[in-house]
Design a protein around this ligand. Structure first.
Ligand code: MD3
Ligand code: FE
Length: 206
């Protein structure tokens, strides 16, 4: 089922459920090489979710700010490569809606524990806003806030469950969005955790 959230935003219900165990195996292999870690912001706060990355570039945040790097600052090694399964899942579903030329070069992996959310923000650390973003939810459900291109307009709320994919781009690329703190719950494949894969093209090679 495809739910149209806005002009160029789509929620695809449960489409990754069938391959979820394989996705989680890949996440475990990636985090064995580049572990989940708490990132901090320029102002010294923690970003709530623990994060790691795969692909040519990874999103990092520290006392210098947000940016993409080719090297994991924790291991001083390149980020683990993006599994074929990840890339095909993102590209096939993007193409299914309206984005036929999506080529992600970065995949941020967020791990949420009970009580952790992500405040309302825009994804604007990329150099190219013409490519969409694809996000895959796994494990414990979350409520996401879907705002407009302005921070002050009241957001809509949608439930993101295990296997759901959200895709947005075009005029919706810079919409504000966030994740409400997740509830204490148990999922048979992930325990208390929620995972989210966010596929982006950074518009750069380094
Ligand atoms: C599209 N991560 O890492 S949810 C991020 O669940 C990030 O970890 C979320 O936002 C997470 O930058 C992605 C999917 C989502 C939520 C709200 C949206 C996609 C959205 C609002 C507008 C457009
Ligand atoms: Fe985001």
């Amino acid at each position: 089922m495809v739910i149209k959230l806005a002009e160029q935003s789509y929620l695809l219900k449960g489409v990754a459920k069938q391959i979820a165990e394989n996705l989680l195996t890949e996440i475990n292999q990636i985090s064995a090489l580049s572990p989940f870690r708490q990132m901090s912001t320029k102002r010294g706060y923690y970003v709530g979710a623990k994060m790691t990355n795969c692909g040519d570039l990874g999103w990092v945040s520290d006392n210098k700010g947000y940016r993409y790097t080719a090297i994991d600052p924790l291991t001083n090694m390149p980020w683990p490569s993006m599994p074929e399964l990840f890339e095909s899942l993102a590209e096939e579903n993007a193409s299914l809606v309206e984005f036929q030329h999506f080529q992600p070069n970065a995949c941020l992996i967020n791990q949420y524990t009970p009580g952790v959310g992500m405040g309302l923000h825009q994804d604007k650390d990329e150099k190219d806003f013409t490519q969409p973003i694809v996000s895959v939810s796994l494990g414990v459900p979350a409520i996401f806030q879907f705002g407009s291109n302005k921070r002050n307009e009241t957001p809509n709320y949608h439930l993101l469950e295990h296997g759901d994919i959200v895709i947005w781009g075009g005029v919706d690329r810079l919409r504000f969005h966030g994740i409400k703190p997740i509830k204490l719950a148990h999922h048979p494949l992930t325990g208390q955790f929620r995972y989210n894969l966010t596929f982006r093209n950074t518009g750069t090679t380094i």
